[in-house]
Design a protein around this ligand. Structure first.
Ligand SMILES: [Zn+2]
Ligand SMILES: [Zn+2]
Length: 177
């Protein structure tokens, strides 16, 4: 009986199980700035996987280099205009966007998305309109975090991070934000 109980204790919980898969999927990415993996999960069933990358059949970041674009975002803080400068690699389609391209809308209704990284604004905006009910992420993306969290609250989408989670060592990387 004691043996059975200790085996049960070692069993992965669902968040760890799906986040481990998302990290393994992310290892397919060839963008040196960030490897992102995303999964569509409906009722504990895995219905789609995606990672960030260039469109199929064209050179990716490892072959052609990242395509860096700089964006200026203007926000108002205490009545003062503030400019935030952001650099992004725009060669890749983000993992969440690829996930939406390759999954059936029917499978997204009431589903969960597991993603290695907190979605950027554009991905969050698309996910908010996709039928997804929950988004679970691991690494934070502070630049868009406040407005993405507000959007999720307005849409009533559960938005949570797995804070105690540790990724599989072979999938861990340092990211450029
Ligand atoms: Zn890149
Ligand atoms: Zn994104």
């Amino acid at each position: 009986m004691a043996t059975v109980r200790s085996q049960e204790a070692e069993r992965k919980d669902w968040d760890t199980y799906f986040m481990d898969i998302a990290y393994m999927v992310s290892t397919r990415s060839r963008c040196s700035r960030r490897h992102v993996g995303a999964l569509l999960v409906q009722g504990k069933k895995l219905l789609g996987t995606a990672y960030n990358g260039a469109p199929m059949g064209v050179p990716d970041c490892s072959e052609a280099g990242c395509m860096i674009a700089e964006e200026l975002e203007i926000t108002i803080e205490n009545g003062q205009e503030k400019m935030i400068k952001k650099q992004r690699c725009i060669r890749t389609i983000h993992a969440e966007q690829n996930l939406l391209l390759f999954t059936d809308p029917v499978n997204r209704e009431g589903s969960s998305v597991y993603v290695t990284d907190q979605p950027c604004w554009t991905c969050a905006n698309m996910l908010a309109n996709s039928g997804v009910q929950e988004i679970v992420y691991h690494r934070s993306y502070p630049k868009d975090s406040d407005k993405v969290s507000l959007l999720m609250e307005q849409k009533g989408i559960i938005f949570r991070s797995v804070t105690d989670y540790v990724p599989p060592p072979q999938a861990a990387m340092s990211v450029i934000s």
